[in-house]
Structures are given as structure tokens and as C-alpha cells.
Design a protein around this ligand. Structure first.
Ligand code: ADP
Ligand code: TRP
Length: 320
């Protein structure tokens, strides 16, 4: 079983990204053959700053390795290191109906907001289909927001197979129901667009400040509080043990426990949770030659797998 997932390098990773996408991806290394890549070509639809783009891509490679992607177990690469994906995008484009792309939400949202959409944003689901189909992926774990793109991928694969003959495995999206939307420090969905994130690799002072600024009501220290309505508890329980979670909940209910104290505990738990990852990240950042070597090896392995699909596809479309 081949599991494939991509992460778009578009800024600093936050704990919502970690719980919603990165941790499930890392865990899937235990149950199948993981193909995992940094989708830098996807970032180009909205990021028009070369130096930033290059920096985000490099950071993303290091972050993912630090967070548990194991290049010995998985195929891990930078999307642009496998140029076959662009060639496949073109073949797929020509069997993709316009209507299919017009219904896709990235483009529709841009239109609705009056943001002028470029062709890249419009056709981005075809690039995503190529990412998935090039490697004959069976399962694609994604957030709810990406489910539509995997369905489009199935449609495009079906169209191609019907037009030319069997070339592609139809992938299944896998949405983890367990991980609901992680709340940000203001109580909305945590998202870098809302400026309410807690960074995975932020520095200690900055992370502490973010945690201390989590929105609460004005209940005084003495008052009993409802843990189920607290943003602090909602984040705490994702990183603390069950006992710690129960303990905090009963302190909330009992009263005499202030939000400030709860925030300090949350900070401690979070900071300790990511401690081994920070150490690993530090080691990798000090050894960029090693990161570069992993990147090259990953691209080689990915291109080997891609070559098998491309041989068949080129034959079918008549590019010989
Ligand atoms: P952002 O909203 O910060 O721009 P992205 O859209 O780049 O984040 O997120 C990439 C992936 O990370 C999403 O597809 C989703 O799986 C996961 N993710 C992001 N924010 C959250 C969240 N608040 N809760 C759960 N998962 C999230
Ligand atoms: N579009 C995805 C996102 O914005 C990233 C992505 C690109 C991806 N190609 C993919 C995810 C292929 C899964 C499979 O988050």
C-alpha cells in the first residue's frame, strides 16, 4: 500500500499543521510505504518572492525531518527535484474538462473575493493530480479542505484511463476524523492567515507570549470554570496525558485556579512535547550537507518510481 502526502512550504509551521497533517503523516510510516514531499511548486501560485520561496522550501525539508519523517523508511523529496511531475501535468491537462476545475474551491474562493486568479491557481488541482498519480498512490491522507482535490484526481485518472488505456491507480482520500480543527489563541481555527498560531519551532519567549495571550473570559481566580469552553484546555488535552488533562479539568471546575496558571502549565507541556524535535532540528540545521544529501537521495528514489509511470504514459499518449 502506497501512502502519499505533500506539504506546501508557505511559512512557519504551527501546531495546527502538526496535529492535522504532520503527525498523522509521520505515523503512517508504520503502516505502509510513505511517499512524502515538499510541494514547493504549489506555493508558486500565491508566493512571488524567490528568496522567501527558497528559504521556506529549505526550512520545510529540515522541519519535516526533525518532526519524524525518516528518509530510511520513506521516500522524501522536494517536488521540483522531480521534473516528470510537470510533464505529467501537461498530459493530464489535456484530458481535464474546464468545468471540473471551475468547480474547485481555491479558484472559486479567489473569484468570490475578487482576487484576480492566475492560470496556475486555476490549474493547480491538475498539478496535484500529477503529484498523486505519478507515484500510483493508493491512499492520500489530507485535511478536509483538500478532499475535493483528491476527488478531482480520481476523475482525471478515470478520464485518462478511459481515453488511452489503464495507466493510473485511483487514489482514496483519507480524512482523519479524530483530529478536529485545532483552535488558535483567539478561538478561531488556527491558521497563519488569522495570525493566531502557536509555532512549533518558535523561540521560547515568543511561544510563551502567544500562550499567555490566549483569549479567556473575565472569570476571577476563585470562580469555578468550564474546561469544555476553554481554549487553554482544548489545546492542553492534545499534548498532555489523560491524567494531566483530567487534573486540569477538575481544577477548572473547583475554582481557585486562575487562567494564568493554566496557561503556564500549557506552555510547559507544549515546550516539553517539542523538546526532542527541537534538538533534532538543531542538529540538522548544523549539518546542512547531510540534509542536502538526503534531499538528493530522495529525489533519486522518487524519480525511479516516476520513471515507471512515465514510460507507460508516454507510450499511451504517443510521445516516443
Ligand atoms: P494555514 O491555515 O495556517 O494556512 P495550511 O492551509 O497551510 O495552514 O495547512 C496545511 C494543512 O495543515 C491543512 O491541510 C490541514 O491538514 C492542516 N491544518 C492547518 N490548520 C489546521 C488546524 N487549525 N487544525 C487542524 N489541521 C490544520
Ligand atoms: N495542496 C496541498 C495543500 O495545500 C498540498 C499538496 C500538493 C498535496 N500536492 C499534494 C497533498 C498531493 C496531498 C497530495 O495542503
Amino acid at each position: 500500500m502506497r501512502i502519499l502526502s505533500g506539504i506546501k512550504p508557505s511559512g512557519t509551521l504551527h501546531i495546527g499543521n502538526y496535529l492535522g497533517m504532520i503527525r498523522p503523516m509521520v505515523q503512517s510510516q508504520a503502516r505502509g510505504e510513505l511517499f512524502c514531499f515538499i510541494a514547493n511548486l504549489h506555493s508558486l501560485t500565491t508566493l512571488f518572492d524567490g528568496p522567501k520561496m527558497a528559504a521556506y522550501s529549505r526550512e520545510a525539508l529540515i522541519d519535516m525531518m526533525a518532526l519524524g519523517i525518516d528518509p530510511e523508511k520513506s521516500v522524501f523529496w522536494l517536488q521540483s527535484d522531480v521534473p516528470e511531475v510537470i510533464e505529467l501535468t501537461w498530459y493530464l491537462s489535456n484530458v481535464t474538462p474546464m468545468g471540473l476545475l471551475e468547480r474547485c474551491h481555491a479558484y472559486k474562493d479567489a473569484e468570490a473575493k475578487g482576487i484576480p486568479a492566475n492560470h496556475g491557481l486555476f490549474s493547480y488541482p491538475v498539478l496535484m493530480a500529477a503529484d498523486i498519480l505519478l507515484f500510483q498512490s493508493n491512499i492520500v491522507p489530507v485535511g478536509q479542505d483538500q478532499k475535493q482535490h483528491v476527488e478531482v484526481t480520481r476523475d482525471i485518472a478515470g478520464k485518462f484511463n478511459n481515453t488511452y488505456g489503464e495507466a493510473f491507480t485511483l487514489p482514496e482520500p483519507e480524512i482523519s476524523e479524530a483530529i478536529a480543527t485545532i483552535l488558535g489563541i483567539d478561538g478561531q481555527k488556527m491558521s497563519k492567515s488569522y495570525n493566531n498560531t502557536v509555532e512549533i519551532f518558535g523561540d521560547e519567549k515568543a511561544v510563551r507570549k502567544k500562550i499567555m495571550s490566549i483569549v479567556t473570559d473575565a472569570a476571577p481566580v476563585d470562580a469555578p470554570k468550564n474546561p469544555d469552553k476553554s481554549i487553554i484546555c482544548s489545546i492542553y488535552k492534545l499534548f498532555a496525558s489523560n491524567e494531566q488533562t483530567d487534573e486540569m479539568a477538575s481544577r477548572f471546575r473547583a475554582g481557585g485556579y486562575g487562567y494564568g496558571d493554566a496557561k503556564k502549565e500549557l506552555f510547559e507541556v507544549l515546550w516539553n512535547y517539542f523538546l526532542p524535535f527541537r534538538q533534532k532540528r538543531g542538529e540538522l540545521a548544523a549539518n546542512l550537507d547531510y540534509v542536502e544529501e538526503i534531499r538528493k537521495k530522495g529525489a533519486m528514489k522518487a524519480r525511479e518510481a516516476a520513471a515507471v509511470t512515465m514510460k507507460r504514459v508516454r507510450e499511451l499518449v504517443g510521445v516516443v
